[in-house]
Design a protein around this ligand. Sequence first.
Ligand code: C5P
Length: 201
Amino acid sequence: MAFTVAIDGPAASGKGTVAKRVAAHYGLGHLDTGLLYRAVGRRMLDGEDPVAAAEALKPEDLDREGLRTAQVGEAASRVGAIGAVRAALLDFQRAFARRSGGAVLDGRDIGTVICPEAEAKLFVTASAEVRAERRFRELVAAGIDTRLEAVLADIRARDERDTARSDAPLRAADDAVTIDTTRLDIEAAVAAAIAAVEAAR
Ligand code: C5P
């Protein structure tokens, strides 16, 4: 039987790491759905029409280099507000969720729109200040010269756009378990996530 774990939350909340670790723990496939929007955002920056790019998206596009940059994240957030882009990416995500053996998907609307029937739903969040500090440290460690205030402004702008859009806005599903990682390290967040999945099994 397919067992689907839906993990949603804002940028830099830790949801990606939690999703990866939960998938490894249960031996399930993992899809970072942000990569779909990033791949489409990348193509828009290259001058393509985002709807046509979403309709033509292939799995190998998700392995393209350079999808993790802040510029592509910003473009992803803009194409994510286009209903026709979201519609074009729906089938791929639902097919992945129904893989035999089960799957973990992380994003913004997995528990609410993509997999409302998921057996386990988590909403991973943290204060904007703590998320900005984490992202800032990652960028500095990667040798990127930036300022904390700029990273915080970027996180707030992305939260605002993802929460305010009319199509599949970022929000916790009514039946999601919320994990606030503001004061949790990654080990504690993963432990809380696995406990929530166990309770749903
Ligand atoms: O999670 P990540 O930072 O890679 O997502 C980039 C952007 O893609 C988000 O800010 C959001 O606008 C969009 N996105 C989305 N729905 C998803 C995953 C990502 O709208 N399921």
